[in-house]
Write a new protein. Structure first.
Length: 190
């Protein structure tokens, strides 16, 4: 078992994010000795996802200031695009939590969140073709179904799905419903 570096300090336990349960695994939070622009503390981790704010704030916020809303409040920032196609039955407080207190993720085009059962889904990560065979039942089907929006024939769908790459476009983005466990996905490319 390897020990991770914590730059001479044991970090605080990372905050829990309802809609992004493992931001370290998805790459939205990484180890860093840099201080947070919002609280001024070097807590061992920084947020590396998108920050929509008036000033440039790349890789300068700690996950704790994202989680408690301090970064959004002090910088007028948001961390994800909740989307223009949000179902009408998703409550405003859910959208506020996703936009202002949940780590976003990097996408090739504009990121957006997925919804199911009148709530936001949890973001599970970027998906490439090699991930499809190890995904839980239903997850791979959701990725393939997300290609249906293009109106392609089956050969075109198969070629596109076979070209998915989590680190270079095209990429799929996988979500899971917090209530019924259904998978949702979308894809984009450079």
């Amino acid at each position: 078992m390897t020990r991770s570096r914590h730059y001479g300090k044991v970090p605080d336990a990372l905050p829990r994010f309802r809609y992004h349960p493992d931001p370290v695994a998805t790459g939205s939070v990484v180890e860093s000795s840099d201080p947070c622009l919002s609280c001024g503390k070097a807590r061992g981790f920084v947020y590396t996802g998108p920050v929509y704010a008036d000033d440039e704030v790349a890789d300068q916020l700690c996950p704790w200031c994202v989680a408690d809303g301090t970064a959004a409040g002090t910088l007028g920032a948001s961390f994800t695009d909740v989307g223009s196609d949000v179902p009408e039955d998703v409550p405003g407080p859910v959208l506020d939590e996703i936009e202002h207190r949940t780590p976003g993720y990097l996408a090739w085009q504009q990121d957006h969140w997925m919804y199911h059962c009148t709530d936001g889904c949890e973001f599970l990560g970027r998906i490439g073709r090699y991930d499809l065979s190890v995904l839980p039942p239903g997850a791979a089907a959701a990725v393939v179904a997300s290609v249906g929006e293009y109106g392609w024939d089956q050969d075109e769908v198969d070629r596109f799905v076979g070209s998915l790459d989590r680190d270079a476009g095209p990429t799929a983005y996988l979500f899971r419903c917090l209530h019924c466990g259904a998978y949702e996905a979308y894809n984009d490319f450079e």
